[in-house]
Write a protein that binds this ligand. Structure first.
Ligand code: IYR
Length: 225
């Protein structure tokens, strides 16, 4: 491996197999078709998942780019039934208030096609929950470490996480109970970490349905210059 110093910092040669245009076209099209099969699923099978599958999914999330390479994320992986139950009770408590009094009717109208409500049985049925925390700043040897573009970085890592879950033949739903500070208490996270996203992960329930909704076409999301 070739190495050189740039501004006094070690750099290593970057190498990846070179694709022909056709290989690139095939790879991009295949990846789109694969990712286009991904659906958010809210009903899970309780079948267990090997732990190393979950670990590799989280490793993949950890390959995301981040501001100044600070990697401002923590992934909590939960399989303990007691802890899942505690999370469900606390999430449903908040969601019940949200659905009955915090969310305006217009918001609930927008959610109607998805069929969501305050009840979240998936928090106990799915074999694993991943709670993603964003680190507003880092802590190293009792010293604060500056983090940058934390929301962008953790958002990208969650995108990688969701793609890896799909690649493993599993499903998830990006659940955002609000407010979600109860997760900091239950999981005993330090105060520089804030809950970002809660994802149940598992196989879909044997008989499950997803909303019959369409994705925007390329011409609606792409502007060419
Ligand atoms: N957090 C609630 C409500 C909800 C909000 C949006 I925006 C969604 O796309 C889906 C649900 C819940 O998880 O039910």
């Amino acid at each position: 491996m070739e190495k050189k110093l740039i501004n006094g910092h070690l750099h290593i040669s970057y190498r990846r197999p070179k694709y022909s245009d056709q290989e690139s076209q095939t790879a991009a099209k295949n990846y789109f078709e694969f990712m286009n099969q991904r659906r958010t699923v809210r009903e899970f099978d309780s079948r267990n998942i090997p732990l190393d599958v979950m670990e590799n999914i989280i490793r993949t999330a950890g390959t995301a780019p981040s501001g100044a390479h600070k990697q401002p994320w923590t992934f909590c992986l939960i399989s303990d039934p007691e802890m899942k139950k505690q999370i469900r009770i606390a999430a449903e408590e908040e969601e019940k208030i949200s659905y009955t009094s915090r969310m305006p009717e217009s918001w609930k109208d927008d959610l109607a096609p998805l069929g969501t409500d305050w009840e979240k049985p998936f928090l106990e049925i799915a074999p694993y929950l991943i709670v993603v925390f964003k680190q507003s700043y880092g802590m190293q040897d009792g010293e604060k470490v500056q983090h940058y573009y934390v929301n962008e970085s953790v958002g990208i890592a969650c995108g990688f996480l969701i793609a890896a879950i799909h690649q493993a033949g599993l499903v998830t739903v990006t659940h955002t109970p609000s407010p979600m500070n109860f997760l900091s208490d239950i999981l005993q996270r330090p105060k520089h970490e804030k809950p970002f996203l809660l994802l149940p992960v598992g196989y879909p329930a044997k008989e499950t349905y997803v909303p019959d909704i369409e994705r925007k076409q390329l011409e609606e999301i792409l502007i060419r210059y």
